[in-house]
Design a protein around this ligand. Structure first.
Ligand code: AHG
Ligand code: MN
Ligand code: MN
Ligand code: MN
Length: 337
């Protein structure tokens, strides 16, 4: 069987479904090329001298790993010159990165988590890259783009996706017409469509949450997990399994493949932050993928994609995955909130 490449898929989406314009196609292909370079660096590991920390801290107060910074630079460099972007934003940069004056500017904004799952880099466990594309609706021509141009809810995303660097390197994207998964063919250097129209089963018996935080959770989350743990004879009437990779990309990839629920809820360790994960470059792109695959994504009470961001590095509580299970968690929030 002759399989489609990423380029063929995108051209088809453009021709047959009218959901992609040439600039967005180029943008996604450039991001995909950068992910190829990151994948190559990741796979070298100690041989390439890419493991370990830099000792610097990012704006979130996290110690930066070498690969956090390298991946950020690879993405910036790859996307600067193409003419399709107005600016970029990243977990690893304090503020936005406007396209330098030596290059033409385009009308899109690119946001990314260059390296997701940093704590797994040095232990050879799956990590990834997450990206989100917005339109820079800029009503004052001549004015430089600012952070305020990025303050758009996730439902305005034009496209989103992730690369997962695991046993295989895969790229999973949506341009608003379902979710497609591509596997990197290293010999050919191309992304091959291997997972057409990925759909999430509506029901599940598998949850993903960092259980070590249990004593810090809010009552609705505590109740929900207690009931899952009670098994067949408990209120949920089924035995649940648990998985926690601690790389959001890998956990979300599993859910897109076989269903499940992923939660990184608010907890009382940092009572003034809504959660640990970042709205703009983790929660929003993943929520779009999850919804496009028939799943749901909420912060406990509201749809993540409808949250109006106030800050670039805003955090959010994340509950996403199989639709009926997410609705069950929403019910626990109503009943125990
Ligand atoms: P990042 O490596 O980009 O900072 O993100 C890590 C995130 C996410 O990938 C994962 O789900 C979560 O942090 C794991 O957190 P814990 O170590 O608290 O379980
Ligand atoms: Mn980080
Ligand atoms: Mn991350
Ligand atoms: Mn990261």
């Amino acid at each position: 069987m002759k399989r489609k490449t990423l380029t063929q898929y995108l051209v088809e989406q453009q021709r047959e479904h009218g959901v992609v314009v040439p600039e967005v196609r180029l943008l996604i292909e450039v991001v995909a090329r950068a992910c190829k370079a990151i994948s190559h660096a990741v796979s070298k590991g100690a041989l390439g001298g890419v493991l370990g920390s830099l000792g610097t801290e990012n704006v979130q107060g996290e110690v930066q790993k070498k690969l956090d910074v390298m991946s950020n630079e690879i993405l910036l460099e790859a996307n600067e010159w193409g003419g399709h972007l107005a600016a970029m934003a990243s977990e690893e940069m304090e503020t936005i990165h406007p396209i330098p004056n030596r290059y033409p500017k385009g009308e899109y904004l690119l946001l990314f988590d260059p390296l997701d799952g940093s704590s797994n880099i040095d232990v050879n466990v799956s990590i990834g890259t997450i990206f989100s594309v917005l339109r820079a609706h800029h009503d004052t021509p001549g004015q430089p783009v600012g952070e305020q141009d990025f303050m758009q809810p996730g439902n305005k995303q034009v496209a989103s996706g992730y690369a997962v660097y695991g046993p295989q390197t895969m790229l999973v994207i949506t341009v608003g017409n379902g979710v497609a998964g591509f596997t990197l063919d290293r010999e050919m250097g191309s992304w091959v469509l291997t997972h057409e129209d990925m759909r999430i089963p509506e029901d599940t018996k598998e949850f993903a949450i960092n259980m070590s935080n249990m004593r810090h959770w809010a009552p609705p989350v505590k109740h929900y997990i207690d009931d899952c743990l009670a098994g067949k004879t408990g209120p949920r009437g089924k035995d649940f399994n648990m998985r926690w990779v601690a790389s959001m990309v890998a956990d979300v990839h599993r859910i897109l493949t076989r269903g499940g629920i992923f939660m990184y809820p608010w907890d009382s360790r940092e009572p003034n932050k809504p959660g640990k994960l970042r709205l703009m470059y983790e929660a929003n792109p993943m929520s779009l993928l999850i919804e496009q695959a028939g799943g749901a994504a909420i912060d406990g009470t509201q749809r993540i994609l409808d949250i109006q961001p106030m800050q670039l590095h805003q955090r959010v509580s994340v509950i996403l995955g199989s639709k009926n299970e997410v609705e069950t968690v929403a019910r626990y929030h109503k009943e125990h909130g």
